[in-house]
Design a protein around this ligand. Structure first.
Ligand SMILES: [Zn+2]
Length: 288
């Protein structure tokens, strides 16, 4: 499941080419309607070019692509245009009907498919659309065939995965687990090297933005959002597999030019970030 066009390939592209050898791979893209964008958008949208990118990548990795055409966050509600709201981790109350609709649709659709593997987003990074996908697929979370992927590029931000896993009721395996303040500074050091900050102009903007990111991440890490209705599962990482084909994966990521450029200044910085193999998680009944 891919909240947006690109998430499945950014997060699981190397494995998609591996899984493809064993059978068909279907990518369910959820938020693919970009109509009614706000006047100033965070990322270049343009539906036709985004669909072209999807066609190119799906051809390269030979997966089937399905579009559910739910309206993407910033187009759905212009107030999501601010990063502090888009990544705050709690959908606005106005998204409640959408969550219910998505849940019903996914339950009907996934139950009708015979699958060997269902791969869902962990919603690392707290993008509101990723959280909606994660929450809407809840009835499949403990399914024996379900795996969770770490959403890239957000999962490349130091401590984002461990804080998300802890929030989901798991115990992060990465030691040491840093508190919000130290983790926030670490995260900011990485993100300040990414394109949105580095390409910021004038220099004054970059200077201010680099000062704000530690505060942004500290606040983000400090907030624990999940309130459990039932016993949380234990979250278990699967053993890492060797990287299937890094260059093919990078080619597929570069197919989503508008998105790759929004984060990484060039292919070398992309390679540097993505050479770490992806990790997958399972939600298993808690031993407690
Ligand atoms: Zn996304």
């Amino acid at each position: 499941m891919s909240p947006h066009l690109d998430d499945a390939v950014f997060s699981c592209g190397a494995e998609i080419s591996r899984w493809r050898r064993e059978g068909p791979v279907l990518v369910i893209n959820v938020f693919t309607d970009f109509s009614n964008p706000p006047p100033k958008t965070l990322a270049p949208l343009g539906r036709e070019s985004r669909l072209q990118e999807e066609r190119r990548a799906s051809k390269r990795l030979s997966f089937e692509s399905l579009l559910l055409n739910f309206t993407e966050s910033v187009c759905r509600n212009w107030d999501y245009g601010s990063p502090s709201r888009l990544f705050w981790g709690e959908p606005f109350g106005s998204d409640r009907p959408l969550l219910a609709k998505l849940r019903t649709l996914l339950e009907e659709m996934i139950q009708a498919i015979s699958f060997d593997l269902l791969v869902l987003p962990l919603a690392v990074g707290w993008h509101v659309d990723h959280l909606l996908c994660h929450n809407a697929s809840e009835s499949f979370h403990r399914h024996p065939q379900t795996l969770f992927y770490e959403d890239r590029p957000y999962a490349l931000i130091p401590h984002a995965v461990s804080h998300r896993i802890r929030e989901l009721g798991g115990s992060p395996d990465s030691a040491p687990f840093l508190g919000a303040w130290a983790a926030g500074w670490d995260a900011a050091r990485t993100v300040n090297r990414w394109a949105p900050i580095q390409k910021g102009s004038p220099a004054f903007f970059r200077w201010v933005a680099q000062g704000v990111t530690p505060i942004f991440f500290t606040r983000l890490f400090r907030k624990s959002r999940t309130r459990w209705r039932t016993e949380p599962p234990a979250w278990v990482p699967l053993p890492e597999e060797p990287m299937a084909d890094l260059e093919l994966w990078l080619d597929a990521i570069m197919d989503y030019r508008s998105q790759a450029d929004a984060f990484f200044p060039d292919r070398d910085s992309l390679r540097q970030a993505f050479k770490i193999p992806c990790r997958y998680w399972k939600a298993v009944p808690s031993a407690k």
